[in-house]
Design a protein around this ligand. Structure first.
Ligand code: PEP
Ligand code: MG
Length: 324
């Protein structure tokens, strides 16, 4: 079986009829980048930078961060790298920030929402990212975007940091800005921030949680927490259409991206890239090579008309059986 998969380590993600869909890797530490590329990643679709900031007594310095971001960009050797800015707070506390306890941490003070209060820490991350862009294009991705003002704020901060670096005689390279779509309201903001961003990436873990009003970690409601809910698929389809219309690149980096059942739907919706944990990449690329775009479009249409998760899964399973 492994031998059958070998060609899919180095090939590019595409359907049988040549419709491209790149397979990127999610990583949590800089060191992981090298092995992700060895395992067939066509890019890094999500570098979660939280680990850099956790389990420490203070935030990492700009220089320390620069070294890590540079390591990932060097490993990528020209391939796409998307680095997410700090997604902390709420359920993921940092001892040195002294964040208040909250009744509803997932609905509270987290990620981009706390950036203005900790601006200098955010600046150190942006500066490190911009400095690293000398070694290859850096795609900066902002988590938990819910409104236009947040994108304006971060966009200005990035430009300000760039000007500052130049004034200090430090050079920067090419960087691009993107947002995570993981709060439902962001769907309606895409068109309005399109002139400030280059790409979006759907965070299906949080987007499912907020769409279904269903705690992603609560086992009591885990049956309801399902990204294959027909309502969620319709919503995702809608997000994809808006992204296409707005001319922003479209990716997904939540768990849904590694689900074999979701694959034909994501292809049909026109995703440019899916980002998943690297051990799954080769298998998903092989699965993708068995699909034909037009029949995936047909499946998507059928699935959107269904009423329950169970029906959706049965329909997709039947579809996969027809592919082999
Ligand atoms: C997501 O919400 O889908 C996501 C990729 O971010 P995280 O899992 O880190 O919240
Ligand atoms: Mg998230």
């Amino acid at each position: 079986k492994d031998a059958l998969l070998t060609p899919f380590v180095t090939s590019k993600g595409q359907s049988r009829d040549g419709h491209p869909l790149a397979l990127y890797a999610n990583i949590a530490v800089g060191l992981e980048a090298g092995s992700a590329f060895d395992r067939g990643a066509e890019g890094i679709g999500l570098f979660r930078t939280e680990m850099l900031f956790m389990d420490q007594e203070k935030a990492p310095s700009e220089d320390e961060q620069y070294e890590v971001y540079r390591e990932v960009i060097d490993a990528a050797a020209g391939k796409t790298v998307i680095i997410r800015t700090l997604d902390i707070g709420g359920d993921k506390p940092l001892p040195y920030l002294e964040l208040p306890e909250e009744e509803n941490p997932f609905l509270g003070y987290r990620a981009v929402r706390m950036y203005p209060q900790y601006q200098s820490m955010v600046e150190s991350q942006i500066r490190a990212l911009l400095r690293a862009s000398c070694h290859g294009v850096v795609n900066i991705m902002i988590p938990m975007i819910a409104c236009v003002e947040e994108v304006q704020w971060i966009n200005q901060l990035c430009k300000q940091c760039e000007d500052q670096l130049h004034a200090e005689g430090v050079s920067t390279g090419q960087w691009r800005l993107g947002i995570m779509v993981e709060v439902p309201s962001a769907r309606y903001m895409i068109e309005k921030v399109a002139d400030m961003i280059d790409f979006i990436s759907v965070g299906s873990n949080d987007l499912t949680q907020y769409f279904m009003a269903c705690d992603r970690g609560n086992r009591k409601v885990s049956a309801l927490y399902d990204s294959l809910h027909p309502g969620f698929i319709a919503f995702l389809h809608d997000i994809a259409k808006v992204a296409k219309k707005s001319g922003v690149e479209l990716g997904i980096c939540g768990e849904m991206a590694s689900d074999r059942r979701a694959l034909p739907l994501l292809l049909a919706m026109g995703f440019d890239e899916i980002s998943l944990s690297s051990p799954n990449i080769v298998q998903r690329r092989a699965d993708l090579a068995a699909l034909e775009f037009a029949s995936c479009r047909g499946l998507l249409e059928k699935v959107c008309a269904l009423a329950t998760v169970e029906q959706v899964k049965a329909q997709i399973d039947q579809f996969w059986q027809q592919q082999i």
